[in-house]
Design a protein around this ligand. Structure first.
Ligand code: SF4
Length: 357
C-alpha cells in the first residue's frame, strides 16, 4: 500500500489532497471524490498504484492526437475511478466504478465497520502491474508511447509518474488523455517526462460545465495554459453534445479561448453518441460538427478536426499555407502521410507538432 503524493495532514486526522482541483478534505476512514484515495488514520493512500483495469494497444489517433508521431501504436492503460462525474462519460463503467460498485454492494453485504487498507485495495478491480512490467510490455509490443487514458490519469498519478520515468529512460514517449484538472505542482513534477496531452474542454459556460461534469471550469482553463507553458504538446477535444455545448456562441467561446492561447493547437470537435446518463439525447448531427469546424477556423485555429465521423474531410491534415493535403485519415487509421520531415512537401511550411524530422 503506497502513501499518496501531494497532500497535507490536517487536525483531527483529516487530510487535504492537493493533487487535483477537486481539493478534497477527507476525514479519517473517508475517500476523495475520485474514490481511489483513502485517508487511513490520518495518512492518505492511493488504492491504484499497482493495478490497471484496462490495457490495450491503440493507434495514437484514438486519443486523439493527430500531430504527435502520427500512425504509431500507443500502449494504453487506465484504472478505475475519476475526479469528474460526466453525465456523458463513455467509460463510466470504469471511471465511476468506485461509486457504482459501492452503491451496488449496499444492502447486499454485511457492513464492514473498519476495513483494513489491504481489504480496500483488494476490492479494487484490475490486474496487478508494476511500472517496469508496463514498460517492458510496451516495448515488446512495438509501441512508441505509453498513454495514460480511459479514466483520468491524475488520479493514478503515482503509477503514471513512476511508469513515465522508466518509459522515458527506455526511449518511449508518454501521453496523458486528461480532463485537465491536475494542479500546478504535480503537473510540473511530471512535465519533464510528459511529451503530449489531449485535454478535454467540455464547455465554456461555468454553470453548464459544473452541471455536466461535477467540476469547475476555471481550473481546466488554467491547466491548459500551464501544459502549454511547460512545453508539453497539447491538442484539445470538445465532445459536441446537442443542447449542451452546440450553440454557436458556445463554440465561438471555446475556439476563441484556444486561438488566443495558440492558433496552432489542434482542436478536435467530436461526435456524441447517447450514453450513460444522456441516453435520451440524439447523436450530434454531422452538420453541427462541420459548422463547429468552420467556427474554429473563423476564430483563427489552423487545425480543426471532426471526430467520430469516419470519411469526413475534417479528419485530414492540410497545410495551412498552401492547402496541400498532408495526412489522409479514415477513422482511427492513417491512409497516407506525405509530411517530409514535419514539413509540407509542396511549400516547405513547417507543421506544428511532434513529427519524425
Ligand atoms: S485526486 Fe482530486 S478527487 Fe481525488 S482525493 Fe485528491 S483532490 Fe480529491
Amino acid at each position: 500500500m503506497r502513501e499518496a503524493l501531494f497532500y497535507d495532514k490536517l487536525e483531527g486526522g483529516r487530510v487535504h489532497c492537493t493533487l487535483c482541483a477537486l481539493d478534497c478534505r477527507i476525514r479519517s476512514g473517508g475517500r476523495g471524490a475520485c474514490g481511489v484515495r483513502v485517508n487511513h488514520e490520518g495518512t492518505l493512500y492511493t488504492l491504484v498504484d499497482d493495478r490497471v483495469v484496462a490495457r490495450h494497444i491503440d493507434p495514437i489517433e484514438k486519443k486523439p492526437l493527430f500531430h504527435f508521431l502520427p500512425d504509431h501504436t500507443s500502449y494504453s492503460i487506465g484504472t478505475v475511478g475519476c475526479n469528474f462525474r460526466c453525465l456523458h462519460c463513455q467509460n463510466f463503467s470504469i471511471s465511476q466504478e468506485p461509486r457504482l460498485g459501492a452503491r451496488a454492494a449496499k444492502g447486499r453485504e454485511p457492513a464492514v465497520v473498519c476495513p483494513s487498507l489491504e481489504d480496500l485495495q483488494a476490492a479494487v478491480p484490475g490486474q496487478w502491474v508494476t511500472p517496469a512490467g508496463l514498460v517492458e510490455d510496451a516495448l515488446a509490443t512495438g509501441c512508441r508511447s505509453i498513454a495514460y487514458t480511459y479514466n483520468e490519469p491524475t488520479i493514478f498519478y503515482e503509477l503514471a509518474l513512476d511508469t513515465a520515468r522508466l518509459a522515458r529512460d527506455a526511449g518511449l514517449a508518454n501521453v496523458f488523455v486528461t480532463n485537465g484538472a491536475i494542479t500546478a505542482a504535480p503537473l510540473e513534477r511530471i512535465a519533464p517526462v510528459l511529451d503530449a496531452a489531449n485535454i478535454d474542454l467540455k464547455n465554456f459556460d461555468p454553470a453548464a460545465h459544473q452541471r455536466m461534469t461535477g467540476a469547475a471550469l476555471a481550473p481546466v482553463l488554467d491547466s491548459i495554459h500551464r501544459y502549454h507553458r511547460l512545453g508539453i504538446w497539447i491538442e484539445v477535444t470538445t465532445l459536441v453534445v446537442p443542447g449542451y455545448n452546440d450553440a454557436e456562441d458556445q463554440l465561438r467561446a471555446l475556439a476563441g479561448f484556444l486561438s488566443d492561447l495558440d492558433p496552432d493547437i489542434p482542436w478536435h470537435v467530436t461526435r456524441f453518441h447517447p450514453t450513460y446518463r444522456l441516453r435520451d439525447r440524439p447523436a450530434t448531427p454531422v452538420e453541427t460538427l462541420r459548422r463547429a469546424r468552420e467556427i474554429g477556423r473563423e476564430a483563427g485555429l489552423r487545425f480543426v478536426y471532426t471526430g467520430n465521423v469516419p470519411g469526413e474531410d475534417g479528419e485530414n491534415t492540410c497545410c495551412p499555407a498552401c492547402g496541400a493535403e498532408l495526412i489522409r485519415r479514415f477513422g482511427l487509421g492513417v491512409r497516407w502521410n506525405r509530411l517530409d520531415g514535419g514539413r509540407c512537401p509542396k511549400c516547405r511550411t513547417e507543421i506544428p507538432g511532434v513529427f519524425d524530422r
